[in-house]
Design a protein around this ligand. Structure first.
Ligand code: AMP
Ligand code: FE
Ligand code: FE
Ligand code: ZN
Length: 272
């Protein structure tokens, strides 16, 4: 089947509006779509109509505290859950302060960026480094979005600032408590060896992890094979997502084709 369970909109760092994304998914004849913005569910409430042929699933992608990258996807939760909304608000407030400090640091290096410009660039509640990178490129401080990261915004570069992340256990618990399904996203981004990753998955499963993103636009055949083995071994649900961001990641297209049978357990769990 054709589906996409991992996408971003203007509510975080994607370039399609939530409604635009639904239209695109419908145009491409996807059967299932989930919007999984980084640390925000604001985009979900911007979706007011969904075509009959498309099944939409509430989603989020939470950045967890980890040496490299650990993202936890959440599906099918109650959007009105108070704890979820309050926790995401706290993360956003932290970001606001971070952004103000980053603007100060930019001024010190001779770059003139205002909070107003940044807010306009972001067009949504969640503002982060990709929006700074776009502004840098637009203002001619760099030649491209990527150059902004390579020279200034990447970890270890002069304008990088850390952000507040939830502990993995807390991220998983938050999703479970809101009635959702927690899933480990793009496992290779943890940069762990297969053995280490397996240990991590065991640990997260104790916290309540229910699934693993076996199919991902950037996974190699070997990675898919190993993640599928892990899913089988620990009875985890299998998910599939591209990580579509629109024109900020132009190499990633919307939609993934995966055998129905492999996705069925997840679909049954989330659409019940
Ligand atoms: P932030 O949450 O503000 O720290 O921004 C994180 C986002 O920045 C990620 O989701 C990526 O889209 C983007 N990003 C992080 N590192 C890089 C990089 N080295 N090159 C390009 N984009 C990056
Ligand atoms: Fe992103
Ligand atoms: Fe991610
Ligand atoms: Zn993502």
């Amino acid at each position: 089947m054709l589906l996409d369970l991992h996408t971003h909109s203007t509510a975080s760092d994607g370039t399609f509006s939530p409604e635009g994304l639904v239209l695109e998914a419908s145009k491409r004849q996807l059967k299932y779509l989930s919007l999984t913005d980084h640390d925000t569910i604001d985009g979900l409430s911007q979706i007011t109509s969904i075509p009959d042929e498309l099944i939409f699933i509430n989603g989020i992608e939470i950045s967890a505290e980890f040496p490299k990258t650990l993202h936890i996807l959440g599906y099918g939760f109650d959007q009105r859950n108070v704890e979820l909304n309050n926790t995401l608000k706290e993360l956003q407030n932290f970001r606001l302060n971070r952004n103000k400090k980053m603007i100060e640091n930019m001024k010190a290096l001779g770059f003139d960026i205002t909070l107003e410009e940044l807010v306009k660039e972001a067009g949504g509640e969640l503002i982060g480094r990709p929006h700074f990178a776009n502004l840098f490129a637009r203002k001619g401080y760099v030649n491209s979005y990527q150059e902004a990261f390579d020279k200034y915004l990447d970890k270890g570069k002069p304008l990088y600032m850390n952000k507040k992340r939830l502990q993995p256990k807390k991220a998983i618990q938050l999703i479970l408590d809101a009635g959702g399904i927690p899933v480990i996203a793009h496992p290779y981004q943890t940069k762990l060896s297969n053995n280490e990753l397996e240990e991590l998955v065991v640990e997260l499963t104790v916290f309540g992890l229910m699934g693993i993103e076996v199919f991902y636009s950037q996974h190699t055949r070997d990675q898919i094979k190993f993640y599928k083995y892990i899913a089988d071994k620990y009875s985890l649900l299998i998910t599939a997502g591209s990580d579509f961001h629109g024109s900020t990641k132009p190499h990633i297209k919307l939609g993934m084709t995966v055998e129905d049978e492999l996705l069925r357990p997840f679909i049954q769990e989330v659409v019940k």
